[in-house]
Design a binder for this molecule. Structure first.
Ligand code: ATP
Ligand code: MG
Length: 347
């Protein structure tokens, strides 16, 4: 009933890391073969926490460069930054009025990011999931590749789409859109590295916004930095087990094995067959070598691209122009469905 389409976003909030790469960007690359894809640098999400206006454009270009360096084709697909397409904000407002406060109160990302000082968090951080639903649904996208941490927000997007379809069912039908206007977007969360953990704490996810740089491998790290961070990564004293179930109570070991498996496009079980009984003194250098081999060409290409900000901005301008046309068509329909009077633009 709905045309299949992929949408996903990455925030320009700081250093892109291995979690973003394995959990999201490698998936974005693979999906280009089978779907029409839209990959967005979500700068409006970024400002839900303070961003230095002098740094935000650099961070936006860095995410764009990472997309291209990893193999996303901005000509065949659409690469753009969110704030250049006003439909995201417009639809987010409608969704602010569809989503229920009780739904948002259950969101764990808000609780984690707001921390103890909840009263002092921005309202934007609280309604972040409504904007995320708008990002996806303003293109009526059907598939959303994300890391495991975004699963709850995707479920909320489905709830919003469903409630909009129900609340406005009669108007949707009357305007010729049939039984449902929005698809229920499906999360794509698969493989051994859907939740890459911090190198310093196996209970915390690897994050851009985490203070300690030692907790993550950045896409801009050089070979020495990668080797050092892996050598210092927290582990337990036992050798690696032969079977995956024995990783369950060992979060740090599980994380490193998962990273190795994802980089080699295989499973943890296969990695354990090779390293069963090995000490971390053997496994860690093998992991560092693999990381360097996979990441250093990307890092080099990102550096090269970032030397030409005019080119990067032209990619975003072109992608945004194409996205605007699609978003405007959805917003025209949404305004009619909701009952907003709209003046036809005449040329
Ligand atoms: P922030 O700390 O500012 O939220 P982030 O590291 O969580 O930054 P996002 O831009 O919020 O990065 O997320 C971009 C994509 O990367 C999302 O699909 C998210 O699920 C995925 N992702 C983020 N962290 C990880 C991780 N540790 N493991 C796997 N995927 C991740
Ligand atoms: Mg995040």
């Amino acid at each position: 009933m709905f045309k299949q389409k992929v949408f996903s976003g990455v925030q320009p909030t700081g250093n892109l890391h291995l979690g973003n790469y394995l959990g999201a960007i490698t998936k974005f690359v693979a999906l280009q073969e089978r779907y029409d894809c839209m990959y967005c640098v979500v700068d409006m999400h970024a400002i839900t926490v303070w961003q230095d206006p002098a740094e935000l454009p650099k961070a936006t270009r860095e995410v764009t460069a990472a997309f291209i360096a990893c193999g996303i084709d901005p000509k065949k697909h659409i690469v753009f930054n969110q704030s250049q397409v006003s439909g995201h904000a417009e639809l987010a407002w409608v969704f602010n009025c569809v989503a229920r406060i009780g739904w948002l109160n259950r969101m764990t990302q808000f609780k984690e990011k707001a921390g103890k000082d909840r009263e002092n968090a921005s309202v934007g951080l609280y309604v972040y999931p409504n904007l995320m639903a708008a990002d996806i649904l303003v293109y009526r996208a059907t598939h959303v590749p994300v890391g495991d941490d975004q699963k709850q927000h995707l479920e909320l997007s489905r709830d919003i789409a469903q409630k909009f379809n129900n609340d406005f069912a009669a108007s949707i039908k009357a305007h010729g859109f049939g039984e449902a206007f929005f698809p229920l977007p499906e999360p794509l969360i698969q493989g051994p590295a859907t939740r890459v953990m911090s190198l310093r704490d196996g209970a915390k996810k690897m994050s851009k916004s985490e203070e300690s740089d030692q907790s993550r491998i950045n896409l801009t790290d050089d070979a020495d930095a990668i080797a050092l961070k892996i050598r210092r990564a927290k582990t337990d004293p036992d050798p690696l087990p032969g079977e995956e179930k024995d990783l369950a109570s060992r979060p740090e070991a599980d994380n490193l094995v998962g990273i190795y498996a994802a980089l080699n496009d295989t499973t943890k079980a296969v990695v354990l067959q090779e390293f069963a009984g090995a000490q971390f003194s053997k496994f860690k250098p093998a992991l560092a070598d693999l990381l360097i081999a996979k990441l250093s060409p990307i890092t080099a290409e990102m550096r090269r691209l970032l030397q030409d900000p005019v080119y990067i901005d032209s990619v975003l301008a072109d992608g945004s122009a194409r996205a605007r046309v699609l978003a405007a068509a959805t917003m025209t329909a949404v305004k009619d469905i909701v009952g907003f009077i709209r003046t036809e633009m005449r040329s």
